[in-house]
Write a protein that binds this ligand. Structure first.
Ligand SMILES: [Zn+2]
Length: 504
């Protein structure tokens, strides 16, 4: 391929920079530059040392963590070329649609250039949008990973149009305005990049951490967006209290005011669709869900969900925990934040239970199977009529009330989550299903293995009647007339709104 003169100059500058950089660690440098005319594209440059390897193999992921479906991002790559240290073009072999092998011919370093066309969204988030005034980049949709260099130091240079805002949770390189750094491809790919001509931003602190609300895309449609700031802060305080402190010191709510779809969690941020006119009862649980993921799934995660394999995603039996328990805590957090009253809290469970009991698939598919087989579907929510969100949320209800009952109120499901955080957050490896059972037993102070596996690994009816009885409620969430002091205490602690007291 023939390069344009300007491209040659950029390439030689990149090679010069690379050859003069003394690297203590292996390093992969990316440069991204959107173009809008004649057709929207993202130009990506990737450069790295070869360490004498005869070939450097690069892949575009086939999926994006959090979206459990195959998207094959390699299909959107165009004009892949590679060059050696002297600027000589190198041979490239493409064994499949998502893999490129650069034959290094003894070069000490390589520079790879490719373009990515705008991509369709996944189930929950945009992947690569290049629009007038706004570019959104979801890492796996644009950035290739290099075999053997997944743990290397990553540098990201952003070549945004003049005057635009650059938004990312990656750490800014000292002394550099548009260069960001992190360790490892997982962290790089998990930090969405937003470039926007205009944003509307608010910030607050809570428990020593900083939180940013960043509205983008169709800002003209926004009405009183600042009203959300104190509400988000209450949700943050509620979840921090449940989990024993912030998950990270800086967190971005990326609020897409024109994007639709749903929300996608990242370790230090979430991209959330924002709809004008959304009410607090509708929007608060959605925000709380994505925020709670910053613990549950981004840090406390199944063993196969971090480090990730981006070409061969491995199914897990635990999505009912990663998604359903997150859904459970989202509802708890909304109540604890004082954003709904106890009547609405009970009404939610009444509705969920009624809907669950009306679903005949509950007697055919377990939560475990719904998790494991989601890859055979296109919607990332379950399998053959059973949503792991729905069943997982009700399993959360059963686990929480059982723990409160078994320990006479001394422990809750949040206690178990904090134990899991201690045992399975990085740098520790992720958990397996039995590890969840062990943590449940340890929190309960007794062996409840049979109950645990009945809930997640069978199609037996959920013991909702029994578990609600622990809180002195019938299945319609009405108080039992004969509730004991323990039942009354469990109910009071379960459905209370007291985030500001700092108690669980
Ligand atoms: Zn989720």
């Amino acid at each position: 391929m023939k390069l344009l003169p300007a491209s040659v100059a950029l390439l030689m500058a990149a090679l010069l920079l690379l050859s003069h950089t003394a690297l203590a660690l292996p390093q992969v440098e990316y440069t991204v530059r959107p173009v809008f005319q004649p057709a929207p594209l993202l130009h990506v440059t990737l450069q790295t040392h070869t360490a004498g390897e005869p070939r450097i193999t690069l892949h575009m992921p086939v999926w994006c963590p959090g979206d459990y479906s195959l998207q094959y991002f390699g299909r959107y790559v165009r004009n892949f070329t590679a060059f050696g240290s002297t600027g000589t073009q190198l041979p490239v072999i493409q064994p499949n649609a998502g893999t490129w092998q650069v034959v290094t011919n003894g070069a000490a370093a390589i520079v790879v250039r490719y373009e990515v066309t705008p991509e369709p969204p996944g189930n929950f988030s945009q992947n690569l949008q290049i629009l007038p005034g706004m570019v959104f980049v979801n890492g796996p949709g644009a950035l290739m990973w290099a075999e053997g260099l997944q743990s290397a130091q990553m540098l990201l240079h952003v070549d945004a149009p003049a005057g635009w805002h650059t938004v990312t949770t990656l750490q800014r390189q000292q002394g550099e305005k548009n260069t960001f750094t992190t360790c490892g491809y997982d962290a790089l790919a998990d930090a969405p990049l937003l470039l926007a001509q205009h944003t509307l931003e608010y910030a607050f602190t809570a428990d020593g951490a900083r939180y940013d609300l960043i509205f983008f895309h169709h800002l003209n449609s926004l009405r009183s967006p600042a009203r959300w700031v104190p509400l988000f802060r209450r949700l943050v305080l509620a979840e921090n209290t449940l989990m024993g402190g912030p998950a990270s010191q800086r967190y971005h709510f990326l609020l897409d005011a024109g994007g639709g779809l749903g929300g996608l969690e990242h370790a230090d941020s979430a991209r959330l669709a924002y709809w004008q006119g959304m009410s607090v009862p509708d929007y608060a649980p959605f925000v709380a869900h994505e925020l709670f993921h910053s613990w549950n799934v981004k840090r406390i995660r199944p063993a196969v969900l971090g480090p990730f394999h981006y070409q061969h995603p491995r199914p897990t039996r635990c999505l009912w925990f990663a998604e359903g328990i997150t859904e459970y805590f989202a509802r708890v957090a909304v109540r604890r934040a004082g954003l709904e009253n106890s009547a609405a809290f009970r009404a939610h469970w009444r509705t969920k239970i009624k809907a669950w009991l009306a679903n005949p698939a509950r007697l055919r598919v377990s939560a475990d199977e719904a998790s494991l087989h989601v890859w055979q579907t296109a919607h990332s929510s379950g399998y053959q009529g059973v949503s792991y969100y729905d069943k997982g949320e009700l399993i959360g209800l059963c686990l929480d009330l059982t723990l409160r009952h078994s320990t006479s109120g001394r422990a809750t499901l949040a206690t178990m989550m904090r134990l899991l955080k201690k045992l399975y957050s990085p740098p520790h490896a992720g958990y397996h299903l039995q590890d969840l059972c062990d943590a449940f037993n340890q929190t309960a102070g007794k062996n409840l293995t049979a109950l645990f596996y009945r809930l997640c690994d069978t199609t037996d009816e959920l013991p909702l009647k029994q578990c609600l009885r622990y809180a002195g409620l019938d299945r319609r969430l009405q108080p039992l007339p004969s509730a004991t002091p323990l039942q009354q205490a469990v109910l009071k602690s379960w459905e209370r709104s007291d985030v500001l007291t700092g108690r669980e």
